[in-house]
Design a binder for this molecule. Structure first.
Ligand code: KE4
Length: 431
């Protein structure tokens, strides 16, 4: 069926001896789609080359960061230059100040911020801040939204929507999970009801305002109104987890795309230009609770380190250029049009949902509005589709619950390749 990947297979056997599943992050194991997880030898522009020398147009973009394309020369040079002056000092540097000022250019709602080293650290810190600032323990999240492997956010809905959350991972204490309440995404009425019942106990609502972790799903106007209402009426903080949507749904993230001002924002991925960076920040009055100013503790040895800030600043300065983001958005729209034409031509049960430069093809016969809809998609067919796309030289995220990411280096040749491969894979994956 697919190509043979003998070197990846051999490396996988070696890797399994020393890492769980042979990977450093579960989704990389290809469990959801089958086949051999590819070990990548190098990446350049819009392309990946695996250890067996096979080349693919990349639509994972290392899960978002590679918006400029892989190994962008300006970014590589900036990292190398910084490394010559030392990789980390554990002391303040001018680059961190510059980085924060550049982030504010994209996200004016982030009046003050802290850099950390991952999206998980950003969301973990943001909810601790929300709890510390409001002196409330409750958190609200939405089914299908992923915010990193934070204990309080690895929680699924309890028996009833307004009941206590239950751990969504072994190792998360039930008496911690109970403070996290979960609702369906886009359930404005459910949010209003939950707050009517428990509003005084709830510190924040954290969400991917445009989701990526169950595929690309846009919020309804009523859902956004409900967020405003519960903030206004109960004093809950609205936290936008923009680790994925930041610089992707729009150059100013989901908050710019939706014209919604959150109280706190979490960033990751693109903000570090492919190096480990997370950011959390927002209203200055809230951030003043963070140590050493206030009583909410958060720290990190490599936070704001010179290599990551060099990569981040260089990436964001390129992204700031006029029409730069718009060109990537236009490329993504061309892929969306091509996929839709292929779906229509072959009368396939599939829908395409896009926000800016992130896009998902769902095997569904109706729009996908929440996690139930996402779960109802034909994930078996997605597995077949994924393997055929690989055979045709296109590297998709190995799960139907993810978004594809396009870069500045995807041009017309890559668009044509991606669309033509999808035509073949749609036809061959149909049972
Ligand atoms: P990291 O800790 O992986 O940097 O970020 C966690 C995170 C937080 N918030 C959102 C909205 C995210 O999408 C993520 C991480 N996204 C996944 C992709 N679904 C990263 C890929 C992986 O887990 O290997």
């Amino acid at each position: 069926m697919g190509l043979s990947h003998p070197k990846s297979q051999a490396l996988l056997e070696r890797a399994r001896q020393v890492m769980p599943g042979g990977v450093n992050s579960p989704v990389r194991a290809f469990r959801a789609v089958g086949g051999t997880p590819l070990f990548i030898a190098e990446a350049k522009g819009a392309y990946l080359t695996d250890v067996d020398g096979q080349r693919y147009v990349d639509l994972v973009g290392t899960w978002g960061p590679a918006i400029l394309g892989h190994a962008r020369q300006e970014v590589v040079s900036a990292i190398c230059d910084a490394a010559q002056r030392g990789t980390s000092f554990g002391a303040p540097t001018e680059a961190e100040v510059t980085m924060a000022e550049v982030v504010q250019d994209f996200f004016p709602s982030i009046e003050m911020m802290r850099m950390v080293s991952s999206g998980t650290e950003a969301t973990m810190s943001a909810i601790r801040l929300a709890r510390g600032a409001t002196k409330r323990d409750g958190i609200v999240k939405f089914e299908g939204c992923y915010h990193g492997h934070v204990d309080s956010l690895l929680v699924k809905a309890g028996s009833g929507a307004a009941s206590f959350g239950e751990p969504d991972s072994a190792g998360v204490p039930a008496d911690l999970a109970q403070h996290t309440l979960t609702l369906p995404f886009n359930d404005g009425e459910g949010l209003r009801r939950l707050f009517a019942e428990k509003g005084e106990q709830l510190s924040c609502v954290i969400l991917e305002a445009i989701t990526g972790n169950m595929g690309v799903i846009l919020p309804t106007p009523d859902f956004l109104s409900a967020l405003e209402e519960v903030r206004e009426r109960y004093g809950a903080l609205i936290i936008f987890d923009e680790v994925m949507t930041g610089f992707r749904a729009h150059r100013g993230g989901a908050q710019a795309y939706l014209d919604f001002k959150p109280d706190l924002t979490c960033l990751g991925k693109v903000v570090g230009g492919g190096l480990p960076v997370g950011v959390y920040g927002g209203r200055a009055d809230l951030m003043s609770h963070i140590s050493p100013l206030g009583l909410v503790y958060q720290a990190g040895t490599l936070s704001g380190n010179p290599l990551a800030t060099a990569a981040g600043i260089t990436t964001l300065n390129i992204l700031k250029q006029p029409d730069f983001f718009e060109a990537i958005e236009a490329t993504t729209a061309s892929i969306e049009q091509g996929w839709n034409a292929a779906i229509k031509e072959g009368q396939h049960k599939a829908v395409v949902q896009r926000a800016g430069t992130m896009i998902t093809l769902f095997f569904s016969d109706k729009p996908v509005m929440n996690f139930d809809d996402a779960q109802a998609c034909d994930h078996e067919r997605f597995g077949r589709f994924h393997q055929i796309m690989l055979r045709e030289g296109v590297y998709l995220p190995p799960s139907g619950y993810e978004a594809c990411f396009v870069s500045a280096m995807h041009g017309q040749a890559e668009i044509d390749h991606i669309v033509n491969a999808a035509k073949i894979a749609l036809a061959e994956s149909a049972k």
